[in-house]
Ligand binder design. Sequence first.
Ligand code: ATP
Length: 662
Amino acid sequence: MVLRIVLGSAAAVLGGGRSGSRALAAASTTPTGPMTAARSFFRARGGVASSTESKTALAFVHSWGPTVPKQQRRRAQHQQHLSAVQQGHDRSRRPAAGASGAPLGGTSSSSGRGQQRRGGGGGGSLRLSSTAAGGPGGEGKGFWTEDEEVVGFEEPPSSTLFRERGTGGTSAPPIAAWDGDAADAGEAGFLQEEDDETEWMAGQEVDPEAEAIFFGDRVPFSDLGLSPALCGHLEALGIGGSTAVQAAAVPGILSGEDMIVGAETGSGKTLAYLLPIVERVLRGQAVAKDLPDELLGNARGWPMFPDVVVLVPNKELCDQVHSVLKGILKALNADGITGVTAAAKYGSSYEYPFSPNKPAPSILVCTPSFLHKYTNMKAIPLFCKATTLVLDEADMLMEGSYRKQLDDILVAFRRADRVMVEEGPIVDGRGRKRGIDKTQYVLAAATLPTYGLKSVDQYIKRAFPNARKIQQVHMHRHHPAIQQNFVEVGGQVFDKIQAVIDLLRDTVSDADTSRTMVFTNTAASCKRAYEALAEEGFSVVPYHKDIVPLERLANLHALRSGRAKILVCTDLAARGIDVPSVTNIVQMEMATNVVQHLHRLGRAARAGRTGKATNFYDDLTKDLVNSITEVGEGSRLDGSFSRQRGFRRKFKKYGPSRRYQG
Ligand SMILES: Nc1ncnc2c1ncn2[C@@H]1O[C@H](COP(=O)(O)OP(=O)(O)OP(=O)(O)O)[C@@H](O)[C@H]1O
């Protein structure tokens, strides 16, 4: 397989053919006593269960009556697993408990310890960044000590991100260090092999090499420290092994580290953070249920606050992440594990959403505008109990209008940390994140621009100085499983619409099960393209800001279900949207910068599939296209990320009136 970039004229390209819990029982029975066990546990992962949740956890641990044998087996495995994990907690944190700031983590050996203990195995070893973003790396954040037995993921993940063709051997590591040097290791890879060509694949077919990139070594989830209950559910869904990024991220998130997870689009980042946070909430509930009331105090009666907050930029992603989460929780519920709950919240209502009668979910998925409203609640903010904050599409949340909201949210989280963190019993009835140093931050992104003083990279260095970063080698490069064509067309909108119609006549057929996304730059051109395509008889639905959210969701659903084959959209659909059957991307109007270009194309070639992209460009976007195509197929595109400024200048000079309203 090779990534092929073709520049050409519309005619030439359009004429071409197709190519392409009782664990925690340990907490109360441990020789050191429940108080110490609880402190140590909470220090490690945090989490306080509400009374409802505790009861559920209690039921889940104690009421294993004779039921379906499979369920029994899973629960028994789950119990054993949790006990083992708890023992691991106690052992591994002993040295750290007395010596505050003892550097358990932060060095290369400790921060990546789960992975680095893997028994070698040649060039395919997993390499994780050991460098902290800005400060002393991960001090005191470690979970497993170097000399302790590793429980849960004895066999840390190894991964072969790509294989050298012909030799069947391994080449560059799947995860490179954050810095440019190590990331360049990927340049020796298959991206440079130009003699082979990927056949254009329709529908759901999975390409073996793209699959190898996606899955790496397909490390079993059970080896990553996840409980049998969760693993069993994943198997039932046909998810037999972790993807490369999941293998790299899950152990760290599970251990409570701050983490920045950078990996190309469609690599499975959502499950990479959802699975460990569900596991952590489960563990916390299992511990909390055995703790005496005098220890947990009012925390038991705090049902109005979530344990984890997942922040995503918009409603659509909010619903998408929530539905993935619901899928996991539904299967757990079927196994009798009902303590973890989830909800998606967005919108502008100022009413406090939860109450003792209407408890908060354990995991709240929401937008910045929803959460921002509660940042001024100085006494007890909505997220006072939250032990983990996840930022999905982190770079987007750190730019533009989201940035100010995120600033306020982070300040409020830190204020809550200061007010709430305190070891020992709750005495004043306020409830605290006892024993937890601070909120755990997890950032997930497919792009993390490094240019400029106000860059996302700089923001992360300042805001999350101790976070450990992992970065997949294909990040910030041309997607290895997408074949790209660049086609020059006229500058008027109708020129572009005509080019799209000609292209789709050639590539979309009734028998074809794959879906196409056509990207435009404005709602106006999106409407025009939609009308023209509908008139031509294409099965098409629109998606832009002028369409009400419910209709947008319905249109997205139509694309997923196959009722529509083509979605004509703006950049509103460029990020995060996961429709696995999308294999064909058309940029009717070229993206205005490289970051958006990568995200748009990333709607295809998901989960080990291949994809094809046709990028129509005009005079105005020639510079941008040159900067994209100049970069070698395996090289990093970061250098071109700032090209949007040049484009903006031109846009200002010639204006949308001349070119973009045509
Ligand atoms: N372990 C796995 N096995 C099989 N499929 C998986 C696995 N993990 C994730 N997937 C599938 O991979 C697809 C992409 O996952 P996901 O949406 O999490 O990607 P992403 O990295 O967040 O992409 P983006 O950066 O575009 O948001 C989804 O359809 C998901 O169901």
